[in-house]
Write a protein that binds this ligand. Sequence first.
Ligand SMILES: [Fe+2]
Length: 282
Amino acid sequence: MIFDEQPLGVFAAGYPVAPAALRHHLTGNPLLDMAALVELTKALPAKSVEYNVGDLPVEQDPDKTPMNGLSAEETVRRIQDCDSWLVLKNIEDHPSYNALLDNVLDEVSALVAADHGPMYKREGFIFISSPGAVTPFHMDPEHNILLQIAGHKTFHLYPANEPSLVSPEQHESFHSEGGHRNLVHDKAYDAFRQSISLHPGDALHVPLKSPHWVQVGDEVSVSLSVTWRSRFSDAEARLHQVNGWLRQKGFNPPMRGEALIRDSAKSLAHRLLSGVTRRLLG
Ligand SMILES: [Fe+2]
């Protein structure tokens, strides 16, 4: 077993919208020690390795994120003192890490499938951060469980679909071609903030598109993020893609929750239209 059983029930009851604290048993796994992570950094294609300096403001402009002047491999080797943040993306492209990802997600796949369809597009990410590194305010398009492997981080989490934090236009831009994950942060948002302390063995279900920023403690941090998509995440993306299209045509479409039935109809219409377009083009 990778996860402790009891908190999994809490996770399942609140999935996909509620955060849940979990416990895992992956600390000490040899695939996740620093020597193995240097080898994985070398093995993955360059496009799967993103890194920059770690001492960023929460509201960092993504177009101006400063680099650290090192190679990716040097960054991992020197992570203790090079003041950097690095993510290894799509670790499932490496056979050993693909097996690890499957081992983790197989434990929750039946729980998530019950109400929102089977998980698919399994993807894994490993975050390696220098002491004190900050991940700026952003949201992600996947269902996600973050497993803390080494070091300590504080995960500052905000509710998804709260229009005073992320406007409908920002949702639509996020789901459009070239939309960036980083968001504007305002101190007033902190009225909604939940701060969760993660130590080795802790894990956190981060609900789909819940905005967050992360602060690493005074040791090197390693975290494994296991992600998937579902019927629910598909519907969320389609809703905002259709809303963006409607807004371009001069309409003012409502957010999810204001018009659930219309949202479902729009998602269905988008799916049908996509199918028709594929057939016509194919
Ligand atoms: Fe994230």
